[in-house]
Design a protein around this ligand. Sequence first.
Ligand code: CA
Ligand code: CA
Ligand code: CA
Length: 590
Amino acid sequence: MKRTVCLIILFLFVSCAPQKELVLAPEVPPPVPEPLQTPQPAVTAPLVKYKSFLQCDEKTEDFFNSNGLEVLPFIRVVFFDIDGDGMNEMIAGSKDGSLRLYRNSGSRAAPHWIPEADYFKGVAAGAFSAPAAGDIDGDGKPEVLVGTGGFSKDSGRVICYKNSGTLKSPVWEKMDLPEIRVGNDATPALFDVDRDGRTDLIVGNSTGSLFLFRSKRQGNGIVFAKDTAYFNGVNLGMYVVPAVTSYKDRIVIVAGNSMGKLSILERGYESRSAWQRSRLSLSFSSFAAPAFIQSDRPGVFDLVISDGNGQLTYYRNSRNDYRDWEKTDDFFSGRTLTGPASAPVVTELNGRVYMAVGNINGEIRLFVDEPSSTGLSWTEKPGFFKGIKLSSFSRGLLTEWDGRILLITGQQDGIMRAFLNTGSLDKPSWSEKKQFFGGVPSIRHAAPAVFDIDNDGKWELIVGGSDGYVKGFRYELGQDGNPAWVKIEQDFAYAKVDGYASPSLVKGEGKTYLLVGRQDGKISVFTSNPKYWGTTVFYPDDYLEGVQVFNHSCPAAVERKGLIELTIGDYNGNLKHFGCRREQREIKEN
Ligand SMILES: [Ca+2]
Ligand SMILES: [Ca+2]
Ligand SMILES: [Ca+2]
């Protein structure tokens, strides 16, 4: 019954379509999926219907990430041999509060990290987890500790978990210890500061203080007793994260803070010794969190520093003195990171494919499709957009204007801007065209795309917004040489998703696909098929199979050799790549 109604509507719709007066009422349901018929044999056979979809296969390893580590916001790591196999694993806490275990199956130079999904099952800290690991009760098996963060009453604790299973198949259970609290955002590190054979606990907090908890025997177990005098007067900057080791018979703490700055603190073991503090010259954009890692020289530790963008950077202890740190690619090469709310747009210009990627900080980077030194398929052109500073949640794209290259940008506040490259591709020089978007309304979180929808050789402007709508505009040239934009009325009537629409358009086999990223990380597909429908309207029709990203998905599609190459950015800052081909699936009757 329902289908009959649909077919009637469809019939009415198609028969009306060529007339110019057609007005789409929002409540009119979109037509049924495109039925394709197999070639009709002479004899009457049952009608077979197909639904077309895009089968997408992930190829992120070749394009953006050969090392396997997904971007985790506010990642905090420790390196520790948790399973006793003689190799250090990486234990990572993150914004979501859980702990993750990663093993490097590659080498220092060509790392490949593999997550072990369930290793820390049962360990959860609510939010912003900061890990530590060590044998705190002296039974020869390691415990795992989690510092908690975030804006809740549970923030600022250190929770200890004991493994009642085996090293290979652990069963983590919360230990029954007196509460360990330090205010908000606890960041634990284990170290035996008094050399009594029991591992003590050093914890940072959100105000930049460090606290010592001395390990004391109690009955058959241990307790951590707060020693307020030990770090008296030491402040290292908000959201301090300590990493602790020893060097030349002194205790050494490298600590990072939310400003991205790092300090080194040192003192002797004896109780009359006092802390000496100095700055390290390393600096990050935000939330620097250091961790020591075994170097390739016995007894010497190198440093891994994570930051607020989820980046991990390896520093070699170049003079073995914990002061001279030299950045190297070890362990974390092979990732293309462009910052949170990663917003790629891929365009083809003069036969070359370019990808501009915006982010939450208003930065834009340019990549070209040539293999990079790490073997990935895109190479960055550093400084290509030098001098252009946008506000947050930027998205930019390159297109052509007046025989030159034009950068179009959108951002959170709804302002769209255009910059003309008056230089060359090798030495760009950007000059803003102030009056370029006359007629285009302000669209919050404007996510622009350009595409020649109607094949007239002029591109149209397609913009998604935080309200979930996708709108299209076409231009006529005004007297001053600037375009005057007019809204495209019908084509995008159905192009609406559940928030933060981020459009990308691509042609394939006579259709034009409008792929729209959305808040929940899925991608909606709308299809314009004038030959079939007799109209250029984009209808929800085809769908993507095999695509999953974290939220605020931002797709960028380009057609190459019959394949739709799909790049997707997400809120965490991952870039993923999928190769999609059109397939048809038989629709079962009823
Ligand atoms: Ca191990
Ligand atoms: Ca133990
Ligand atoms: Ca101790």
